[in-house]
Design a protein around this ligand. Sequence first.
Ligand code: GLV
Length: 328
Amino acid sequence: MRPARLMKVFVTCRIPPEGRALLAQAADCEVEQWDSDEPIPSKELERRMAGAHGLLCILSNRIDKKLLDAAGANLKVISTLSVGVDHLSLDEIKKRGIRVGYTPDVLTDATAELAVSLLLTTCRRLPEAMEEVKTGGWTSWKPMWMCGYGLSQSTVGIVGLGRIGRAIARRLKPFGVQRFLYTGRQPKPQEAAEFQAEFVPALQLAAESDFIVVACSLTPSTRGLCNKDFFQKMKNTAVFVNISRGDVVNQEDLYQALVSGQIAAAGLDVTTPEPLPTDHPLLALKNCVILPHIGSATIRTRNTMSVVAANNLLAGLRGEPMPSEFVM
Ligand code: GLV
């Protein structure tokens, strides 16, 4: 027997099968989905959200005052298929007493793997080397050709020693990293002990690291953190990697640092905007490797994320504890 009054749920994109099945089986919900691989236009999202009780969204959906007003007073739960919540206007959401679910932990390993892949790809210049093979630039073995930078005996600086930052450090340690530095809101002695990582101010981390990996969340205090001052402090042999959010970096300042040789190279899984226009100047640089925000993109991880997101949504709608509630 279906309950007389169904709760209306809107899902902003196609999601992996396990999460989709959980929603489809929920007898107390009427689920609508944006059934396309193209992103839902914001006007359409506003229209489809009217009267909804629950929303399952992704990081490219901006959940702001306008959308919340369009949704109306029924809205009780927002479940995002991401660990980041910077696309949600948390103040407005809190004011309305709406609960938020997110997907931490389950994507930590996949994201850390991607960060290490991107770091190695960038510091050993793999895309450039592959291009040389294809275009005939590989004429012979030459002692000084295609040399990059190795992790052995290096100093690695992690911006944000959270779950993902630590998972990255854990994976980098066996490469022979000599010293770990980290920066963030406050020292985390217990977490840092595993790597004997030293807490330092951001500019000291910039000055002393051979490799920098940005793994913090985007907040008002991290927005634009990696700017001209930061890049000017870096060694000209240092490699910069960002797997968090594009807005942690001042992209114009990064571009100047890469073009001028102020820093050796950058690997970015995140940019501003996303997607980056194909004629963006960063894409013309050989010492910049850019990926399309694929940190958590393994089949298993995305499936698990969809399960957590669906369960967060259903639990929130039913007034039960969520598997992963974002506490505001
Ligand atoms: C990815 O960037 C996420 O926030 O899950």
